[in-house]
Design a binder for this molecule. Structure first.
Ligand SMILES: C[S@@+](CC[C@H](N)C(=O)[O-])C[C@H]1O[C@@H](n2cnc3c(N)ncnc32)[C@H](O)[C@@H]1O
Length: 315
């Protein structure tokens, strides 16, 4: 990439941007700035306020190495081992999915439904926690929440645990290795206020067609949603009612064209009501919220929810 010995910030950014562009990288200027910021320990603003600062030979060499790694497709977040998500900057590596901006909307929905709960201490479960993005944001933004953060990957759980410790949230986020809800202790049955998940949802045959940044670098375990992309939704929708309190909520991130199918799965199960789909900032249907149905007793003995009554328990 670099042909001469002396460059200032402006010159080297121009070169790096054109090199990344030639290598098919989607946001070459942004990525060049982020990587240069890491080498110089500059914010993006400082890059522009120090636009004509000369670089030392060591800085040029370090930058050249990062740019050549990026040109091969490795995402910036994995190169820098960090990714901002809501109010946190999370450690990430190739054991975890890079948290996406649209997943921030999932957390908004959790905060929204949590306000409707009467309980002062809210118990939540994050299924497939990855870096801990959803679980840790909830704990950070809701001081009264207790979150069980589940993942089947030990390596992912190690990253999430590190993030929890960095933000001193480990007292209110408990990490458990689990195959979704299979393995979660029975003592949590009918105890959970909100279950949230951004499960793997890419249909298996689509994985090969993903952009190389995702296909070659992100964990397959975080992507592959089975033959039709709905395998994990079927499980989560079937397993969650036993753990949710009546009137508790299930909140799911979904892929671009999955709203109708996921809505149908929820309705067909007969265990949920108030199913609602929200769009993300790009106008794509992204989050489904469903309420765990109250179990109605036979008409004669039925009293409205909220009254002190004993209800039959569903499996
Ligand atoms: C799409 S990623 C979501 C990560 C994180 N919640 C986020 O939104 O950035 C899905 C996560 O589910 C986990 N996962 C996949 N299959 C699982 C299973 N059967 N049980 C529990 N977790 C699973 C993966 O390891 C991965 O961390």
């Amino acid at each position: 990439m670099v042909k001469k010995e002396n460059y200032n910030v402006s010159e080297i950014l121009k070169l790096a941007t054109s090199f990344l562009e030639k290598n098919g990288i989607q946001n070459p200027r942004l990525d060049s700035e982020l990587l240069l910021g890491a080498v110089l320990n500059f914010s993006r603003i400082e890059i522009y306020t120090d636009f004509f600062r000369p670089l030392s030979p060591r800085e040029i060499q370090a930058y050249r190495e990062l740019i050549s790694i990026r040109a091969k497709g490795k995402p910036v977040a994995y190169i820098l081992e960090k990714k901002p998500f809501r109010h946190l900057v999370l450690k990430v590596n190739q054991d975890v999915l890079i948290p996406r901006p649209e997943t921030e909307l999932v957390v908004d929905k959790v905060l929204e439904v949590a306000k409707k709960r009467k309980e002062t201490e809210i118990k939540m479960v994050d299924l497939g926690t990855g870096s801990g993005a959803i679980a840790l944001s909830i704990a950070y933004e809701m001081p009264d929440a207790f979150v069980f953060a589940l993942d089947i990957s030990d390596k992912a759980l190690r990253v999430a645990q590190e993030n929890a410790e960095f933000y001193s949230l480990q007292d209110r986020v408990k990490f458990i290795r689990c195959d979704f809800l299979d393995g979660l202790d029975d003592c949590f049955m009918n105890e959970i206020d909100v279950i949230v998940s951004n499960p793997p949802y890419i249909p298996s045959k689509e994985i090969d067609k993903l952009q190389k940044e995702i296909r070659d670098f992100e964990p397959l375990l975080a992507l592959d949603g089975g033959p039709d992309g709905l395998r994990e939704y079927r499980r989560i929708i079937a397993e969650s009612p036993s753990y949710l309190k009546e009137g508790g909520y299930l909140i799911l991130e979904i892929g671009g064209d999955q709203a109708d199918s996921v809505e149908r799965l929820l309705n067909d199960s007969g265990k949920y009501d108030e199913v609602d789909v929200s769009k993300d900032y790009a106008g794509i249907e992204r989050v489904v919220v469903a309420r765990r149905r109250y179990i109605q007793l036979p008409a004669a003995s039925y009293q409205s929810p909220g009254e002190n009554m004993s209800r039959e328990k569903e499996g």
